[in-house]
Every structure is written in structure tokens, then in C-alpha cells.
Ligand binder design. Structure first.
Ligand SMILES: [Cu+2]
Length: 571
């Protein structure tokens, strides 16, 4: 850090914006931009013996500990990942890995007998006989065997005292065979995902390939290549995490709410932090780790994001845009250039309504994410934004051998008119599997969104990209028919897919693991069940037990029960 930095910090502290945390929270008045953006601890998932890189076995625990989310907020009890209790952090450490070099992780649960957040026994949930917090880690975006995928039924409690029915492996093998990119790990326990992530069980994971990525000359090193893990949270005045304990339809679900929205925005575990930056280019790997909140990000001075990747893939070429929309679980990898800005205090802002896009407009606290303070003087910046990045085989409809229709719709309470549950194809996780793609194949999935909100579609194992979004006409008629017959052919879906075609944004055109499904549309995605870099088959048996899942990544939806099994079969 330059010596001038502390002077600048003092200068802008005096102009900090104060905001009142309102609603259920008694957090009082929290000033923004008083905590520096933390650097997330890094754990290497490999050994490096003078350039010889070898597999490594990590032990990562889940700990209950105290975390300070803001200078003026008392410490918060969290559940967090770390290689030790003292180093465990919110978010968990960045696990850095190398393409082609295996990382073994033994995930250990040291959590207490009871959860720090309310849970709902009326939804399909991991229930224990002896207490404890069921957990199971999932590597989001990872291509690996189903044993190591963090199946919702593969949960375990502290010291493996109790095991879910699909638990099978003490140590998970992440072979890191896939292309370089940004992944993240988080909990996936049955019916408890929303609470376990809200409590803090999440962290970034990177697969690097220096031989391929270093020649790109992108901003690099711990100063200029940074993670921004954004997550909304609400707090009580005593610092504890606030989660509504009363369901929207308590006669059906005593606790479950359709979406969790916090009224504070945290980045890397601090509410509204600031980052002092040099006049240089920076790479930011931005993850929306919120349970349900979408983020529509832009800079207060109107400067651009140069998007270089999304989710676990690069774009073919950089795309310049002034705004990006991140659904929960979505990642954008961007370069931001601070060299030419005249304004020296720049806010990263958010104006996404919640639920997205038709809900409550973002209030003042929610409309601010963090602040950048630009140091004076030019910095030598050897980095560039190359004209081309990384190319993968294109998404082509003609490669597909199977077409499926996937419909998303809610079931409303007859009195309150609010959702009781939100399902995929009207089915539940425990209903018999219906999506059984052949390993190595390509499929077309038409995803029909008959709800009023956007949903982040996520599949384990598969990589996919949207090729077309088309608005539905007479959607209510289709919804009524599907609610009665649950059969897209009988409901003549084709007669409804005649509306305006909406373009997929250029910066979302790559092999993704989360695709936003707009309300009232049918989004056509190409699903690849192979290694997308060269269309090679998976280097493992993808048909093995217990299979995979696909789901909505609004965690409250996923938990009740916008999630379905995905079982691959042999050719
Ligand atoms: Cu959803």
C-alpha cells in the first residue's frame, strides 16, 4: 500500500455516507465506507516444488465463530469454512487450483448441536435424530464424479455423527480437469441450503492454467486480481444475523419465506467497504453470493466494465458494458480501468428491484455496494486487455439429440395469494427422475418461466448457454393448463411461444453454469454433458450414484423445492 493511502482514507472518512438500517433490524446507524475491503485468505490446492506441481490434500473445517461485519456492529455469530478455526473466514478461503492437478478436500463439520438460524420442518429437509447442523459442500461449476458433488442427501453432522442416505465419501476429489475459470464452493444440505449459506458456508474456488492465461497479460497478482464476493444480510442490533422466523403462509410452512432479502450489502465479509486503488487496471472476479437478491451493478461515474468471463468460462473476446446484472450464484470476471478517471471517489452501485425485476425498488442502503478511492499519480501498469481471450466449441442446436421442456411455476396459497412452493415441471426432488441425458451428449432445454420473477437456472455437471429468449403470449392460459395437466404437449406450448425475441447479452454468451430465466419467456439453452473445451467425454463415469441435480439458485426456491434430480445414462 502506498504511503499516500492513509491520507486519502482520512480525507474520505469525513465524507462517509450514513444510513439507517430499518425494518426488523435494530442495527442503528451504520456509516458506509468505513471498513477496508478485506482480502480473502488463499489456500493452495496443490504443492509447488520449484515449478513441479503436485496434488494436495486439504482439510477444511466448518466452524462456528464470531465475525465483524462492520466497525460499528457488534460481532456476529457465523458458520464459516477454514483450514483452522482461527483462520476460518466469511467468505471462506479462496481455494486456488491448477488445471489438471487434483485437489483432495476432506470437509469436516465442527458445528454445534443447533443452528443459529430458524429452519422449517414442514419442507423436505435433512432431519437429525441427535441434533447437529447437517452440511455437505458442493463445488459450484465443477465437473467431477457424483460422489464428490455434494448431493443434498449426502449431508453429515459434526464428526460424521449422523449421515444422510447418500453420504458415501470422507474425502472429495476435485480433479480440476476442466478449463480455467471461477468456481465457488458452498453448502448444499437438503432443505437447509438457504440457512447454511446465510450463516456463511461459502467461498471462492479458482482453476488456473498459467500456460494459457499468463500470455493474456490480464491484471494479475494479489493487488490487481481480486475477488469481490457480494452478499446481502440483515442484522439485529446485537450483531446477530436476522432471518424472518415466520413463514408467509405459516399455516402451511411455519418458517419458509419465498425470498430472503437483507438490508445491508457486504463485500468480502464487510458491509459497504472501501478499496483504495492505484491508477491502474484491476481484475475483479465478482460473485453474487446472495440468497435471493439480484444485483444490477454500475459505477457512479459511468465508467465501464470490460467483461472477460462469466461463471467458470472466459468470453471469446472482451465485451465493454456500463452495467451488469448478476443473479444469485452468477459470476462475472471483469477488468476495470482506473487510469483515466477524473473523479477519485467512485461508488459501485446497485439498482435491481427485489424480487427481480418487478419488486421493490432498491432503497438507499441497498443501492450502494462499495467505494473505490483512486490514489493520485500514475502507476506503471504492464497489464493489457487482449483482443481475444479463449474460444470453446460454439453452442449449436444441430448438435442436440434430445429436446426437453422445463417449466417453472408456483403454487399459490388460496387465501394469501403468495407462494406455497415453487416447482420445476410441477415435480419435487423426491419424485422419480425425468431428466436422464446420455453422457457425452448435447441437448436443447426450453425453459418456460410462468412466474412473475426471474429465476437463476443452475445445473450441476453440465455447462450450458442461452441461445434465444422469446416472450410468451397468453401465458396465463398456459399456466392454468400446466397447473391442471402438467403436460407441455397437451397444453400446446408452441402456440404460446410466439412473442418478441429478446437478445442474450453479448457478455453472457459463453458456457455458463447459471442462466437468468426472464419472467414470461421461454429461454432456449444448449446443455453440454461433456468437457466443453474439446467436446471430449467426461474422464470419469458420470452415470455413477447418486447422480446430480439441477435447480433454481434462489436458495429459498431451491429449498422448497425448485430442484430436480439429473441422472446421466450411458450411450
Ligand atoms: Cu427460483
Amino acid at each position: 500500500m502506498a504511503t499516500g493511502a492513509s491520507v486519502w482514507i482520512l480525507l474520505f472518512l469525513t465524507t462517509a455516507i450514513y444510513t439507517t438500517i430499518s425494518g426488523q433490524n435494530a442495527g442503528g446507524t451504520l456509516p458506509m465506507y468505513v471498513d477496508p475491503l478485506p482480502k480473502i485468505p488463499v489456500v493452495l490446492g496443490y504443492y509447488d516444488f520449484g515449478g513441479v506441481v503436485l496434488p494436495k490434500h486439504l482439510i477444511i473445517g466448518m466452524y462456528q465463530k464470531k465475525w465483524k461485519f462492520h466497525r460499528d456492529l457488534p460481532e456476529t455469530t457465523v458458520f464459516v469454512y477454514g483450514t483452522s478455526e482461527s483462520s476460518a473466514s466469511f467468505p471462506g478461503p479462496v481455494i486456488e487450483t491448477i488445471q489438471g492437478v487434483s485437489t483432495y478436500v476432506t470437509w469436516l463439520n465442527y458445528l454445534p448441536d443447533t443452528h443459529i438460524l430458524p429452519w422449517d420442518p414442514s419442507i423436505l429437509v435433512a432431519e437429525t435424530r441427535m441434533g447437529g447442523v447437517p452440511t455437505v459442500a458442493h463445488l459450484h461449476g465443477g465437473i467431477h464424479e457424483a460422489y464428490f458433488d455434494g448431493n443434498p442427501y449426502a449431508w453429515f453432522t459434526q464428526h460424521f455423527r449422523e449421515l444422510g442416505p447418500n453420504w458415501s465419501r470422507l474425502t472429495y476429489l476435485y480433479s480440476n480437469d476442466q478449463h480455467p475459470g471461477n468456481l465457488w464452493y458452498h453448502d448444499h444440505a437438503l432443505g437447509l441450503t438457504r440457512q447454511n449459506l446465510l450463516a456463511g458456508l461459502l467461498g471462492p474456488y479458482v482453476i488456473r492454467n498459467p500456460a494459457v492465461e499468463d500470455p493474456l497479460m490480464l491484471p494479475s497478482g494479489p493487488e490487481f486480481d481480486r475477488h469481490l464476493v457480494i452478499a446481502d444480510r440483515s442484522f439485529y442490533s446485537n450483531g446477530s444475523i436476522y432471518m424472518n422466523a415466520t413463514g408467509n403462509n405459516p399455516d402451511v410452512h411455519p418458517q419458509w419465506q419465498p425470498e430472503y432479502f437483507g438490508d445491508a450489502i457486504t463485500v468480502n465479509g464487510k458491509a459497504w467497504p472501501y478499496l483504495v486503488v492505484y491508477r491502474s487496471k484491476y481484475r475483479f472476479r465478482i460473485l453474487n453470493a446472495s440468497n435471493a437478491r439480484y444485483l444490477h451493478l454500475q459505477f457512479s461515474n459511468g465508467m465501464d466494465f470490460t467483461v472477460i468471463g462469466s461463471d467458470a468460462s472466459y468470453l471469446a473476446a472482451p465485451i465493454i458494458t456500463s452495467t451488469i446484472i448478476l443473479s444469485p450464484a452468477e459470476i462475472f470476471d471483469v477488468v476495470v480501468d482506473f487510469t483515466t478517471t477524473v473523479i477519485t471517489e467512485i461508488e459501485l452501485t446497485n439498482d435491481a428491484p427485489y424480487p427481480y425485476p418487478g419488486g421493490t425498488p432498491a432503497s438507499l442502503p441497498i443501492s450502494k455496494v462499495m467505494k473505490f478511492v483512486v490514489l493520485p499519480g500514475m502507476q506503471i501498469d504492464p497489464s493489457v486487455v487482449p483482443t481475444s481471450l479463449m474460444s470453446y466449441p460454439p453452442a449449436r442446436e444441430q448438435d442436440a439429440t434430445v429436446t426437453r421442456y422445463i417449466s417453472l411455476y408456483e403454487f399459490m396459497h388460496p387465501v394469501t395469494g403468495t407462494p406455497v412452493d415453487i416447482l420445476i415441471n410441477g415435480k419435487r426432488l423426491e419424485d422419480p427422475v425425468t431428466e436422464t441425458p446420455k453422457t457425452g451428449s448435447t441437448e436443447i432445454w426450453h425453459i418456460i418461466n410462468l412466474t412473475g420473477d426471474n429465476h437463476p437456472f443452475h445445473s450441476h455437471l453440465a455447462m450450458f448457454q442461452a441461445i434465444q429468449v422469446q416472450q410468451l403470449v397468453k401465458g396465463q392460459t398456459l399456466l392454468t393448463c400446466l397447473q391442471e395437466f402438467n403436460d407441455v404437449a397437451a397444453c400446446n406450448v408452441g402456440a404460446h411461444v410466439t412473442g418478441t425475441v429478446v437478445n442474450v447479452p453479448e457478455h453472457e454468451r459463453t458456457w455458463k453454469n447459471v442462466v437468468k430465466i426472464e419472467a414470461g419467456t421461454m429461454t432456449t439453452i444448449i446443455m453440454k454433458f461433456n468437457m466443453i473445451v474439446d467436446d471430449a467425454p467426461y474422464p470419469f463415469d458420470a452415470t455413477a450414484h447418486p447422480g446430480f441435480v439441477y435447480h433454481c439458485h434462489i436458495l429459498d426456491h431451491e429449498d422448497n423445492e425448485m430442484i430436480r434430480p439429473l441422472h446421466l445414462v450411458n450411450q
